[in-house]
Design a protein around this ligand. Structure first.
Ligand SMILES: NC(=O)c1ccc[n+]([C@@H]2O[C@H](COP(=O)([O-])OP(=O)(O)OC[C@H]3O[C@@H](n4cnc5c(N)ncnc54)[C@H](OP(=O)(O)O)[C@@H]3O)[C@@H](O)[C@H]2O)c1
Length: 274
């Protein structure tokens, strides 16, 4: 699969934050050949800067970029997707694979703007992809098959973990793992603030909060144990942790987090393009 990717012509349309993260990671890990890779952005000036930085061809002409590409990664803002599809549709053939990371843009909307039978995959990454610790959910459209899914997962595995879901779950994914880093930053900031309240220097408090968050997450991932069991292991009868947990329960932390994900998922649905 890696060899296959290196021989693959990839065009990234919209190499901004997310498109740029994925493109850079694939090039850095030698999974793409710079000679076979190109990208587009909106502004000429940014195209020049990016081309110099990444050592790949970067322009502003989407139709030219997709000509002969095997994989076209669409990473423009959701409201620009339709316009980009109109620009490229004349150059596409069924042998090509379209991958879109645009939030709230269903595969059916992309498929309806393309010539028939072009495979489309939708992916929802998150910002920790920038340090290789991202979470990406992938789903397939009407004409994509298992090989297209595997190829997409291989690409996103470079920037973190990947999971394959049904498209009906993509709004839920948006509410949980795509918005999730913001929730965790708020929790982390609050824990650090609490450390300051109980007398720790701010830098020490932030380190304790961040490393504790990372450690707890890694234990869940590496043991596969239920978080409730792991919580029980920290909670000595009549000890300190149970007093802290009582405050969390009284402050309704659980239900607040559940409601946050539900609201964000609902918003993703409301914003859906059709
Ligand atoms: N950021 C996230 O956490 C995240 C997570 C999951 C999914 N996504 C999805 O990723 C997509 C991009 O988001 P982003 O945060 O990376 O936005 P961004 O940084 O603004 O990147 C958008 C890029 O698109 C380029 N662009 C605009 N119009 C274009 C056009 N007509 N043709 C070609 N390129 C064009 C812009 O060019 P210039 O640089 O010249 O302005 C910019 O490089 C969105 O659809 C979003 O839903 C983002």
């Amino acid at each position: 699969m890696e060899d296959e990717l290196r021989k693959t012509r990839v065009a990234v349309l919209g190499a901004g934050k997310m498109g740029g993260i994925i493109l850079q990671a694939l090039l850095k890990n030698n999974l793409l050949s710079p000679k076979l890779t190109c990208a587009t952005v909106q502004h000429e000036e940014r195209a020049k800067l990016l081309a110099a930085k990444l050592n790949v061809k970067v322009g502003t002409d989407n139709a030219a970029a997709v000509k002969g590409a095997d994989i076209v990664l669409i990473a423009v803002k959701p409201q620009v997707v339709q316009e980009v599809i109109r620009e490229i549709r004349g150059e596409l053939t069924p042998g090509q694979l379209i991958i879109s990371v645009a939030a709230s843009v269903p595969t059916s909307m992309i498929e309806s703007g393309l010539p028939e039978k072009i495979p489309v995959i939708r992916a929802m990454p998150n910002t920790p992809c920038s340090i290789g610790s991202g979470m990406t959910a992938v789903c397939k459209g009407k004409y994509a098959d298992a090989k297209h899914v595997a190829m997409t997962c291989r690409m996103f595995d470079v920037v973190g973990r990947t999971v394959v879901v049904d498209e009906k779950h993509m709004d839920a994914v948006t509410g949980l793992s795509a918005s999730g880093p913001a929730y965790i930053y708020i929790i982390l900031e609050s824990l650090a603030e609490a450390g300051v309240k109980v007398g720790l220097p701010r830098d020490v408090a932030t380190l304790l909060a961040a490393q504790t968050t990372l450690g707890a997450a890694r234990v869940v991932l590496e043991t596969g144990d239920h978080p409730a069991l792991l919580k029980d292991a920290v909670t000595t009868p009549a000890g300190c942790t149970i007093d802290g947990i009582m405050e969390l329960e009284e402050g309704k932390l659980r239900v607040t987090l559940i409601k946050a994900v539900v609201r964000a998922a609902q918003r993703a649905k409301e914003l859906a393009f059709s």
